[in-house]
Design a protein around this ligand. Structure first.
Ligand SMILES: Cc1ncc(COP(=O)(O)OP(=O)(O)O)c(N)n1
Ligand SMILES: Cc1ncsc1CCOP(=O)(O)O
Ligand SMILES: [Mg+2]
Length: 226
């Protein structure tokens, strides 16, 4: 996938595991994709999360849903599961291992890396990351072990320093504040709660997509000319 296509896929990046849903996870994902979510990450972690065979089974079921909608299926943290399912890619953070080793272990797959400053971003891209996750942009109740809330400062810093790789903002993002994230220079937003806890996940995804596009329109430098 070229960078232009990947940036398009970054617009509404839905992340979810069973603990984020109060109803059936497959249904929530299907609605999100129907509404317009463009990328999906399986993130099964935290208190009460599935383990072993049931975790793998859920991942496989969600992968099938993604295939039906032609939406790439990314695995959070777990390189073995990514390989086992032949998923489309892996997302890792700064504490998840040596990035160069991880890159080598998954040739041809998408690699996303969480970064919090220019140094981390440059390193991730040097070793071959395909996209960057930047956050938390706003306060979030979903992940407790985050770095401090950063607002738009890091996204702006990366763009001002010539980083033109695909970037998503993450953390506390909803349709009401997503446009600010893309206006600041991100290609899209990654969300958990805004879709998984919404009564109508399809509406949530649709509204997020509209907000993301509105923000992009007001930041012309964010547009890529092929
Ligand atoms: C798109 C995206 N961006 C950031 C993260 C966070 O990754 P990490 O810091 O490794 O934290 P965990 O998600 O593993 O708890 C992400 N998952 N996705
Ligand atoms: C995984 C992660 N990484 C930084 S913030 C966050 C949680 C995002 O969840 P929400 O969209 O519910 O704030
Ligand atoms: Mg991680």
């Amino acid at each position: 996938m070229n960078q232009y296509m990947l940036k398009e896929k970054m617009k509404v990046y839905f992340i979810m595991g069973s603990t984020n849903c109060s109803t059936d996870a497959e249904e929530v994902l299907e609605k999100a994709l129907k509404g317009g979510a463009t990328l999906f990450q399986f993130r099964e972690k935290g208190t009460g999360c599935l383990e072993g065979g049931s975790r793998t089974e859920l991942a496989m079921a969600l992968q099938k849903v993604c295939r039906r909608y032609n939406v790439p299926f990314i695995i959070n943290d777990d390189i073995q599961l990514m390989k086992h399912l032949d998923a489309d890619g892996l997302h890792v953070g700064q504490e998840d291992g040596d990035l160069a080793e991880i890159r080598k272990a998954i040739p041809g797959k998408l690699l996303g890396v969480s970064v919090h400053n220019l140094k981390e971003a440059r390193h991730a891209l040097e070793v071959g990351a395909d996209y960057l996750g930047v956050g938390p942009i706003y306060p979030t109740g979903t992940k407790t072990d985050t770095r401090p809330v950063m607002g738009y400062s890091v996204i702006r810093e990366l763009r001002e320093n010539g980083i033109d790789a695909p970037i998503v903002g993450i953390g506390g993002i909803s349709a009401s504040n997503a446009s600010g994230v893309t206006q600041a220079g991100a290609d899209g937003v990654a969300v958990i709660t805004a879709i998984s806890s919404h009564q109508e996940p399809d509406e949530a995804a649709y509204e997020l997509l509209k907000s993301v596009e509105k923000g992009k329109e007001s930041n012309p430098s964010n547009k890529i000319i092929k």
